[in-house]
Design a protein around this ligand. Structure first.
Ligand code: 1GP
Length: 253
């Protein structure tokens, strides 16, 4: 089926679910038995999908092996590419992203042009995604030459969101950066949900059920976590369960 992964996401959201995505960085995944164990843990806690990607040092071979391992759970595996080296035909789809607040032309259009023929050859589904990084003090902030959005200016983030919607992106990923000391403030997903029809993903620095609830309440549709599951699997499971058991109404409407 065309757009299989995108439909999977939209169908779940339209049934009123909030979604949790587990990020695995192939460069940090360690041995495959441990990865399989963590993947099973995330899947049985209710995580909806695996993202694979990292800002540095991922080889296509590693990305492929990690994709195969994660696919054993039966969940979709989607590439969240730091660069072309993360692409593998063994995933189900790729977030076809534009890092909207970069100062580096490579991430605005060049890498997409380089990647497109490979993606076509691999037969990967593409999910058009606007990507905004808030925190400079992270690997993605540095590698992506990010022009940060001040935390006191949600209206600037909204301008990016409106542009993303007008350009036809389906998802908007609001990112604090992997391992960030704290998540982005909830006002950011809130302002995007109030004023656009974009599916809003939030990630980076989310390590507690309380942080999850705040972001979901503000209107986030999808919560992404990586570090918490690697460092503290018990907490990681709690975070996934907080997403999947959330029943509150969001304050964006
Ligand atoms: C990275 O937002 C994700 O894109 C995950 O961040 O590792 O901090 O959970 P964490």
């Amino acid at each position: 089926m065309k757009n299989r992964v995108y439909r999977y996401i939209v169908d779940k959201l339209s049934q009123g679910e909030k979604l949790h995505f587990t990020l695995v960085d192939p460069d940090k995944a360690g041995n495959l038995d441990k990865l399989e164990e963590l993947a099973d843990l995330a899947a049985s806690a209710g995580s909806d999908l695996f993202l694979i990607g990292g800002s540095t040092s991922v080889t296509p071979e590693e990305a492929g092996i990690v994709a195969d391992t994660l696919k054993k759970t039966g969940l979709p595996v989607v590439i969240f590419p730091g660069n072309i080296n993360c692409l593998t035909p063994r995933a189900d789809a790729v977030l076809f992203m534009v890092l909207m607040n970069t100062l580096e032309p490579y991430y605005l259009m060049q890498v997409q042009v380089l990647a497109a023929p490979l993606i076509r050859k691999y037969g990967l589904e593409t999910i058009p995604t606007g990507y905004i990084v808030f925190n400079m003090d992270t690997a993605v902030g540095h590698v992506g030459r990010v022009y940060p959005i001040p935390y006191s200016k949600p209206e600037l983030a909204l301008a990016y969101g409106l542009a993303a919607e007008m350009m036809g992106f389906k998802l908007l990923y609001l990112e604090a950066g992997s391992g960030a000391p704290s998540p982005i403030p909830p006002v950011f997903p809130q302002v995007i949900k109030r004023n656009t029809g974009l599916i809003t993903m939030v990630g980076g620095g989310i390590r507690s059920p309380e942080a999850v609830v705040e972001l979901l309440k503000a209107g986030a549709d999808i919560i992404v976590t990586g570090t918490v599951m690697e460092r503290d699997p018990v907490k990681g499971v709690e975070v996934v369960k907080a997403v999947k058991s959330y029943r509150g109404r969001d304050t964006s409407s």
